[in-house]
Design a protein around this ligand. Structure first.
Ligand code: ZN
Length: 307
């Protein structure tokens, strides 16, 4: 069932990524619009920017099709965090995301065996599509947090390129392994309880583990969403900040704690349902087209163009 839902979701995403009529006028900048018209993939334009735009902070668009103005850079090292893989230059986010990460890192630092957080990808300096990896993380409102307990906070730049996080999964994500600790539970709970957070993606076995272990209030579990991958890190997605016009929230997670849903994911991992026979009359799925600048919200041209 989950897999068919995934297919539906993919279909929706594909539909959302389809060619969009560009009814915009007037053009913001001839140089930018020419490169958009020439079909340069937007990921090349955004991937080339080394710093945030000199604009008021604002997320534009949606998580998998947008950009961010006035992004702030998470300092490479703080009292309770280190940004990892600095060569990727993806430690940029909306200021609310940066604040959230700092706050969560203080919670992490209060956990046994943790001195803070190792922070993975947030966004590129101006958000947007990336040359490699993620489809989301485009508005500066998504952040990956490593599962590896941050004990040392004096890792050199080179060490931060080299060391890896740890996986917490067993049996393809159906269960947690022995790296899972109650501290992971506590950090994920603190993140989910934060009002700024919309949802958190983590592998299905971790969600079920938290469902089984939580003896107190369970409301926060609703925001913990089982998903593929996400066993080396968890992914926090913030809501559009208050008053952010042109920032499109995702529908909130379904009501309830979502634990039955997560158990169904697990049972589908353990006993995969047979693949559905393909309807020979069904139209062929259209391959996903690269986004160009004209597919993104209009403001993203100005975000690119700004100093
Ligand atoms: Zn992520």
């Amino acid at each position: 069932m989950k897999f068919s839902r995934y297919i539906t979701l993919t279909a929706l995403l594909l539909a959302a990524c389809g060619p969009a009529a560009d009814s915009r006028s007037p053009t913001v900048n001839p140089v930018v619009s020419r490169s958009a018209d020439s079909g340069v993939p937007a990921k090349q334009l955004f991937g080339a920017k080394r710093s945030g735009s000199a604009q008021n902070p604002a997320p534009h668009g949606s998580y998998a099709k947008g950009c961010v103005a006035g992004a702030e850079q998470l300092p490479q090292t703080g009292p309770t965090w280190q940004a990892m893989r600095l060569s990727r230059n993806r430690n940029w986010g909306h200021p609310e995301t940066i604040d959230f990460i700092k706050d969560l890192s203080r919670v992490a630092a209060s956990q046994n065996g943790w001195n803070g957080l190792y922070v993975g990808d947030i966004s590129q300096p101006r958000g947007g599509p990336m040359l490699s990896g993620h489809r989301s993380h485009q508005m500066g409102l998504d952040a990956d947090i490593w599962m590896l307990p941050a004990d040392r906070l004096d890792l050199s730049v080179a060490e931060r390129e080299k060391i890896s996080s740890i996986s917490l999964r067993r049996a393809k994500g159906a269960y947690t392994n022995s790296n899972w600790t109650s501290q992971h539970h506590a950090i994920l709970r603190a993140a989910a309880k934060d009002d700024r957070v919309a949802r958190i993606f983590v592998f299905p076995g971790a969600k079920v583990q938290m469902c089984n272990d939580e003896k107190g209030n369970r409301d926060w579990l609703r925001k913990i969403r089982p998903w593929f991958g996400h066993h080396y890190h968890f992914h926090v997605r913030l809501k559009c900040p208050p008053g952010a016009q042109g920032c499109v929230n995702q529908d909130p997670p379904p009501r309830g704690d979502g634990c039955d849903d997560a158990r169904e994911w697990v049972s589908n991992i353990l006993n995969p349902p047979p693949p559905k026979p393909r309807d020979p009359n069904a139209p062929k799925p259209t391959p996903r087209r690269e986004h160009t600048l004209s597919d993104l919200p209009q403001q993203c041209a100005a975000v690119l163009q700004s100093n």
